[in-house]
Design a binder for this molecule. Sequence first.
Ligand SMILES: N[C@@H](CCC(=O)N[C@@H](CS)C(=O)NCC(=O)O)C(=O)O
Length: 202
Amino acid sequence: MILHDLTPGMHPRRVRIFLAEKGAVIERREVDAAAGANASPEFRTLNVLGKLPVLELDDGSTITESLAICRYLESVFPEPSLMGRSPREAARIDMWTLRMEYELSRPVAEVFLHTSAFYRGRVEQVPEVADWARSRALQTMAWLDRELADRAYIAGADYTMADIVAQCALVLGKAVGLRVPAELPNLARWFAAVSARPTARA
Ligand SMILES: N[C@@H](CCC(=O)N[C@@H](CS)C(=O)NCC(=O)O)C(=O)O
């Protein structure tokens, strides 16, 4: 298996942390997206959308979309479980993972898409979209602070995929000036805990 990677990217970071939590090491190939290598015809044979990460399997087939890649890796490396063992547990973790994807990760990504030098010329940047997304991300953070008042992690007592999605969003958040506000102590405590895990810098 080969992970086609982009070290600074929020979505590839999810997969690296996921693998590190499993104690799994696979081949990694960095793609020079700053130089546009992800838009090349060669790369588009791996992912027609030109996005990272991509997981290339030994038979040459590929899986794209970080959540789908992690779903596959969960089957290949079942321990420790990050996506739930029973149907009920898996559904609860999926629920929180999707909430983190849509309510936190997406707005933070939109701020980056619509303001960063990296995406200038790659996408149409609309400052109003960034403003809206910034306020949406802050609303989600306030909600999460309330959720985390009585549990350690996003989906419950254990660290799961939902935490990985949220922590990677907040890592990117720091780069776009979306830090955890001082008045949200539960979210700050959670972010400090997940950031202190040995896998956080994978
Ligand atoms: N939904 C995709 C998003 C992938 C994505 O947007 N990747 C970014 C890096 S975080 C990328 O490859 N950007 C390069 C570009 O758009 O030129 C996933 O979860 O994998």
